[in-house]
Design a protein around this ligand. Structure first.
Ligand SMILES: Nc1nc2c(ncn2[C@@H]2O[C@H](COP(=O)(O)OP(=O)(O)O)[C@@H](O)[C@H]2O)c(=O)[nH]1
Ligand SMILES: [Mg+2]
Length: 401
């Protein structure tokens, strides 16, 4: 690789690159290339090498993911780690090196499930339903995560693959232990599994087209954040090209960096909301450790809870906190004057149209108007159209033609 010779990379990085070139399987190649990238210092002179190799990595991961999907669809036996989702799925995770964090105690407290499994090794997931305001939260008590999980250690692949489809991950940390160590391993394994935490997908799309070139379009004012858009476009084209896409349109809607382009090209990247729940707050030094946890992680984790089951110290409004954190609002449908007990959960900012579609397509197709009942406003009852934006606790009656 001539670019390696011409650049002044540290010897360790060069050696790792050679290992990458020499490795056989895709798994091995991915591992070596990731290690190589971690050894390359990040600055202007290495930007291109980093970007090109990240693209390569993304491409290999894409191929790996495609094989995995194919394997999955031909697999006959159901894995005990494969969990059918019901309602809002919350998966409890913890670090294997700190056993007995209190995950099963938490599951039991919220749902009543697995009473006989508290204080015992739980090698496969335990599940229960936590009911809050007629909303069902499926709590999954997952076996703890080992070092190397992302490479398959301790059923790591099966576990991480479940985490990818959860609505919320809850990292359980024993406040009487070393909280930084517990967090460190979990964050490392999640990151290696391409699970991005509490961040939004980058504001860009990449579509393949018929035209024989790659176009980069800056779609709005926010997208024109750099003074050198031309240089940026060239770098983006290189990366997209390196990923085997010869013709396509890259649309940019806000400030982005080159890693964002690679993330969008990597199908294994998922974006997850994650909270931290500290346990055993009744034991010595747990207040100090809770403060350490907050000090180090509150930037990335808006929700860090401290609890004690032995002292019955637990937030009463957990369901509420979770709905807010997931940006969900409750919409109650009304039919013939009767309001449903169980709300529809919609995303904040949802419209009457989206809600009608969610109930049934025919409500949208034959829509005439809707009546909204909103508490606490002067004009409580209101006739509205499809574009009307709904709020938490709105009651909606849809009238069809
Ligand atoms: N001191 C204290 N111990 C707890 C608390 N919650 C759970 N434990 C204990 O921690 C041990 C392990 O709990 P368990 O829920 O099985 O942990 P898991 O391995 O993470 O599922 C049990 O003996 C629990 O009684 C707590 O709030 N305070
Ligand atoms: Mg357990």
């Amino acid at each position: 690789m001539c670019f390696l010779l011409s650049s002044n990379l540290p010897p360790a990085a060069k050696a790792k690159y050679q290992e990458y070139l020499d490795s056989g399987s895709t798994e091995e190649k991915i591992k070596k290339l990731e290690e190589f990238l971690s050894l390359v210092p990040k600055h202007k002179a290495t930007e291109k090498i980093v970007a090109l190799n990240k693209s390569r990595l993304a491409k290999m991961k894409r191929e790996q993911e495609a094989r995995r999907q194919k394997q999955k669809s031909t697999q006959k036996i159901a894995s005990p780690f494969s969990i059918k989702k019901e309602g809002i799925q919350i998966i409890l995770i913890s670090n294997f090196n700190t056993p007995g964090v209190g995950k099963t105690t938490l599951l039991n407290y919220l749902t009543g499930a697995a009473t006989d499994k508290i204080g015992r090794f739980t090698p496969i997931p335990e599940i229960g339903i936590y009911n809050y305001q007629n909303i069902r939260f499926q709590i999954v008590d997952m076996p703890s995560i080992m070092e190397g999980a992302s490479e398959g250690v301790g059923n790591g692949k099966e576990i991480l693959s479940q985490l990818r489809s959860a609505d919320l991950l809850c990292i359980c940390v024993d406040l009487s232990g070393n909280v930084i160590e517990q967090m460190g391993l979990l964050l490392k394994e999640l990151s290696k599994a391409d699970i991005r935490i509490n961040q939004s997908p980058p504001p860009l799309t990449i579509e393949k087209t018929g035209a024989n070139k790659i176009q980069v379009l800056y779609m709005n004012r926010e997208a024109k954040f750099s003074d050198n858009l031309e240089e940026l476009s060239e770098k983006i084209k290189d990366i997209v090209n390196e990923n085997g896409i010869r013709n396509g349109i890259v649309k940019i809607f806000g400030e982005i960096n080159l890693d964002d382009i690679i993330d969008v090209l990597t199908p294994s990247v998922v974006y997850k909301k994650v909270i931290i729940l500290g346990t055993k707050g009744d034991l010595p030094h747990t207040q100090e450790n809770f403060e350490i946890l907050e000090g180090k992680y509150s930037n990335k984790f808006p929700i860090i809870l401290g609890t004690s089951f032995h002292k019955k110290n637990f937030p009463k409004d957990l369901g509420e906190t979770i709905l807010k954190f997931l940006n969900k609002i409750r919409i109650y449908t009304m039919n013939g004057g009767i309001v449903a007990k169980k709300p529809l959960l919609m995303d904040e900012g949802t419209t009457v149209k989206e809600t009608a579609e969610k109930i049934h397509r025919s409500f949208y197709e034959n829509f005439d108007h809707a009546v909204i009942i909103r508490e606490g406003v002067r004009q409580k009852r209101k006739k509205v159209g499809l574009d009307y934006r709904l709020k938490d606790y709105d009651i909606v009656e849809i009238h069809t033609t």
